[in-house]
Design a binder for this molecule. Sequence first.
Ligand SMILES: [Zn+2]
Length: 103
Amino acid sequence: MLPRINHNEGGTHVSHRWKRTLVFLLALALFVAAVAPILAAPSTTSSAKAEAKQEYWASAKSNKFHYPYCQWAKKISPANLIVFKSREEALKAGYVPCKVCKP
Ligand SMILES: [Zn+2]
């Protein structure tokens, strides 16, 4: 009688541990599923490509040139906008880099 009770208790104890293990494994699986795509994602270093396409904007009314996203570049009116295909081109034309966007 006594061993039977002990056996039953042991059985419930084991199944309880199994449930906890199962929950842990499920949580682990969810974690892996969430993190794996981030880790597996290829780190595309397309900075070289972006640099090749990089344009620099300058105003005909100033001697500064900017990245197109610069707040000052956006203030250049289309009539005065000068687009340089490279930094060297802008420098050769006598333009100096903007101190805000530092192109
Ligand atoms: Zn700027």
